[in-house]
Ligand binder design. Sequence first.
Ligand SMILES: C[S@@+](CC[C@H](N)C(=O)[O-])C[C@H]1O[C@@H](n2cnc3c(N)ncnc32)[C@H](O)[C@@H]1O
Length: 192
Amino acid sequence: MLTSEPGGRGGDVPGPDRAPMTAIPDRIERAVAMLDVQPHSRILEIGCGAGLAIACLCERAPSATIAAIDRSPAMIDRARANNREATIAGRVALQQGALAGARLPRAAFDIIFAINVNIFWRGGAREIEAVKALLAPKGSFWTFYEPPVAAKTRSIAKNVRSALARGGFAVERVVDDPESRKPFVAIAAKIG
Ligand SMILES: C[S@@+](CC[C@H](N)C(=O)[O-])C[C@H]1O[C@@H](n2cnc3c(N)ncnc32)[C@H](O)[C@@H]1O
């Protein structure tokens, strides 16, 4: 069972027989809403953490398939616990390891995204190369950040744009929203 952070969108009230709720941070709600998910989209999340975006996607697009990678074993365990049914059903495939060098199918994902994964605004040439190899020809790559201070959104957007351009991507959309309740940046790109 998932709910929004206090003041966020959506939400639910736990009954006595319900599983404990996990709060969905604003950045995850906003990111999932921006991805142009189609009924049968093949999706890859990089740095899935506790798997909350995966759970939101499972609710939003029950026929989509979702792969996710995180280098932290503890995070993969939490992602599995938060998506137990979908993992058992084979709709969600979790992989522990670093993106660069990961065993994932090439040109197989319509949407690849990462939320608050700093490798991309730090340059991440190997990781951007890996994304390029994994993305389907017309697929979209999204990066999202919720920096702790509003002053950071512009430099994050600039750094990600430069890194993507160096890696052969064409940036299609940038949302720089430092004024919202939580500062937020989104950058969408396709293989250029
Ligand atoms: C700040 S956390 C964000 C987690 C989640 N996306 C969220 O927004 O709550 C960043 C996550 O990315 C993972 N990560 C960082 N670099 C990675 C890499 N090169 N390959 C795979 N996972 C990575 C970390 O282990 C961590 O779980």
